[in-house]
Ligand binder design. Sequence first.
Ligand SMILES: Cc1cc2nc3c(=O)[nH]c(=O)nc-3n(C[C@H](O)[C@H](O)[C@H](O)COP(=O)(O)O)c2cc1C
Length: 415
Amino acid sequence: MNFILKRDKTMENKNLNDKITLKNGSELKNRLFKSAMSEQLGDKDHNPTSKLVKLYKAWGDGGIGVSISGNVMIDRTALGEPRNVVLDDKSDADKFRSWTKAGTSNKTHFWAQLNHPGKQSPKFLSKSPVAPSAVSLRGGLKNAFNTPRELTEKEILEIIKKFATSAKFAKEYGFTGVQIHSAHGYLVNQFLSPHHNRREDGWGGSFEKRTRFVVEIYKAMRKKVGNDFPVSIKLNSSDFRDGGFTIEEAIKIAEILDKEGIDLIEISGGSYENPNMMGKPGDEKEGYFIEYAAKIKEKITAPLVLTGGFRSAKGMISALNSGATDMIGIARPLAVETDFPSKVLNDIDYKIYLPHLSTGIKALDSMVMIGLTWYEYQMYRIGKGKKVNPKQNAWSSALQTLWRVGVHAFKQRRA
Ligand SMILES: Cc1cc2nc3c(=O)[nH]c(=O)nc-3n(C[C@H](O)[C@H](O)[C@H](O)COP(=O)(O)O)c2cc1C
């Protein structure tokens, strides 16, 4: 049935099926945006596998307007996870082209999320991870991540270049846009944070200097891909920690990037230290960061995407009509129902119920790890051409991931 006919009369005239046009003229076919989920389905050389091809074809066919890849690393010596995909001059062009062909099926925009983990590269992958300053992750995370060393200026400039090179290859290999991962405590976010960035040179010490890294990355990418190719960013609304990056700063950064010409801004929040991006246990709020998004949206002209917690068509429409966001970011529901977008686009009463993942041990349940491995396991199944298994219990998906990716996949998230 046609969505418009089914629409509740109390809803304003704004719906999930509406197209949206970016500043550069690119048209997005609807308001639904697949947020990045690291799939851990790269091969041993960090190229995309046939499982990724199958997974993104399913998402493309499922009706999503924009599909963001799981984080793709810009430097093969700095990984966040063992099976990350890397995009650089050693990447296999044909394997990437197969992936982008599948991801862009059904007129879907398919954008690569480009990332450098900085200090959030686990011990078994990085003896000496890099960061703006030598500040270690706190609490239990100390066991999983080595204390980082401070980047030299030369290295900072090289990393900026690598982001730009990855963006260039993304365009060449068929992605229809890119996204800078500047959220969740990874390197770009570390530069923005006064807690993690204690530098007193040209890259830290004041708000402007902390912001320089992301602005330079944006400009370098833009130079490589031109004005017609969408360049977007995933930004934290706040780090939700003392001395971290605040909403006031998020607003200012969004304004700066908006003026520089960024095509779209996605809003999330939190980090490994405070995983607010996943919501609080039992939290049923749709749009975890909606109040923050509303404040940012007021100040920018680029479309804004709000991610976190959306589970129902009504919740999504209500967020759009609140004026806080232009698009709806969705992650976990898509690992369970690849056609979740088609369902919410066609049925205003549609809602997905995700399982409460519990190990039976309260202390363990508060960790991100169980939530991540369960969803990763579902993506792996889709990639293998199997049906998802929503009844899979939390422990067995963790053990499956352990078996598939190795003990390290478990260790890195133990904090
Ligand atoms: C398995 C998994 C992997 C994720 N990997 C990434 C990632 O690579 N990059 C990113 O920006 N966010 C990542 N996220 C966070 C999601 O993009 C999203 O912000 C979060 O899950 C909240 O949205 P949701 O409530 O719709 O799931 C991941 C989430 C999950 C469940």
